[in-house]
Design a protein around this ligand. Structure first.
Ligand SMILES: *Cc1c(COP(=O)(O)O)cnc(C)c1O
Length: 379
């Protein structure tokens, strides 16, 4: 998996596409059967194996998974959906797109996941859904959220876009979920190019999602009936073949990334940055390795200096209420309202982490970043 060839530039991320993945795609292209078909079905079966869920529904991208779940549940204007303030903007956009209101919660500072102690105070008669994000490949603390959802009669959905292969208390993400969804974008662990997949233990919900992804078509006694105004959120069959072949390597790649993360955790100088924390209830799958630089350190300069040293590093995720659209319509002051999310947004730094990175490269990266942050700290 890891090559020993020295490269000029270590990227932040690069997808692992092998010849066998390309062959799998080419075989579908040669067959002429391009749209949702056999490979999509095999991919869905494979995700049931990976997650332990009973049903999987593949769609065109990760944002579509979130939009489709919320739409299928009838979430609409006047409804509120509770989400963490720190995530990719798609988490909040999906809520806006069904006309509902995202209600942001600050995060724990170093797991980067929703602070469950702050959720209950935000629940009111308009709340319909709690949607934690399993940020950077680490499960949120689902136990307390499941209890809150039960107590207040809310639906718990999981934005597991970055977290394929992760777990909570030893149960794979998706296994005990009403709705958990994964993105298959190239920046995630395994990729179909664009793609996403929802898993659920609720068969009725799964069937509704299948109808909605395909123009509202329901097959009744072998006949096509159009029972609802649906979307075209289908995945193509060659995309499904691409990611299906990669699923064979998923757990091996996670194990490799865990080894790289150990090097980072042991070698990075905690005087100049806070390291990510992994709670006892979950294993980290390291879609992203994200540190928070000391407040004295200028992140832009660190990124530029790392680039000069041949290392790709960049911001991790957004404090969504601090982005222009959300700031303007909801009038947040994120620095005060969501201090941990704001700090992760302004001082956070994602370091190279991908299946092909070598241990030597990881050691080189830690040496460089320790030197650069020490210098910037002293300024
Ligand atoms: C990537 C991501 C999405 C969106 O997935 P796409 O496939 O890019 O649409 C949604 N939520 C989170 C947390 C993500 O990281």
């Amino acid at each position: 998996m890891a090559t020993s060839m020295k490269r000029d530039f270590i990227p932040l991320f690069t997808p692992d596409i092998q010849e066998s993945d390309i062959d799998a795609v080419a075989a579908v292209l040669r067959s002429g059967m391009l749209v949702q078909g056999k490979n999509v079905q095999l991919l869905e079966e494979r995700f049931c194996e990976i997650t332990g869920a009973n049903n999987a529904v593949a769609v065109s991208n990760g944002t579509a998974t979130l939009h489709l779940m919320l739409h299928a549940l009838g979430i609409c204007g006047g409804d509120e959906v509770i989400i963490p303030a720190f995530s990719y903007v798609a988490t909040a956009n999906a809520i806006e797109l069904v006309g509902a209101t995202p209600v942001f919660v600050d995060i724990e500072p170093y797991t980067f996941n929703i602070d469950v102690s702050k959720v209950e105070a935000l629940i009111n008669e308009n709340t319909r859904v709690i949607m934690p994000v399993h940020e950077f490949g680490l499960s949120a603390n689902l136990g307390p959220l499941r209890e809150l959802a039960k107590k207040h009669n809310l639906i718990l959905l999981e934005d597991a876009a970055c977290a394929v292969g992760s777990d909570y208390m030893g149960a794979a993400t998706g296994k005990e979920s009403f709705g958990a969804s994964f993105s298959l974008h190239p920046r995630k662990a395994i990729t179909s190019g664009e793609g996403g997949i929802i898993v659920t233990h609720d068969e009725g919900f799964a069937n509704h999602l299948r109808i909605l992804r395909n123009h509202g078509i329901e097959m009744v006694e072998g006949e096509m009936d159009f029972v609802e105004a649906g979307f075209n959120y289908r995945m193509t069959d060659f995309q499904a073949a691409l990611v299906l072949n990669q699923t064979q390597r998923l757990h091996e790649q996670i194990a490799h990334k865990q080894k790289i993360a150990q090097i980072y955790l042991q070698q990075l100088n905690t005087h100049y940055m806070h390291l990510p924390e992994t709670p006892s209830y979950a294993a980290h799958t390291w879609q992203t390795f994200h540190v928070v630089l000391h407040d004295k350190i200028d992140r832009k300069k660190v990124i530029a200096e790392l680039k000069n040293a041949g290392i790709g590093a960049n911001y991790g995720a957004q404090c969504i209420p601090a982005t222009t659209y959300y700031k303007e319509i909801y009038n947040y002051n994120s620095q005060i309202d969501f201090p941990q999310a704001y700090r992760a947004y302004t001082q956070g730094l994602a370091l190279p982490m991908f299946p092909g990175i070598t241990e030597e490269e990881a050691i080189f990266i830690t040496e460089k970043i320790n030197q650069i942050t020490e210098k910037e700290y002293a300024k």
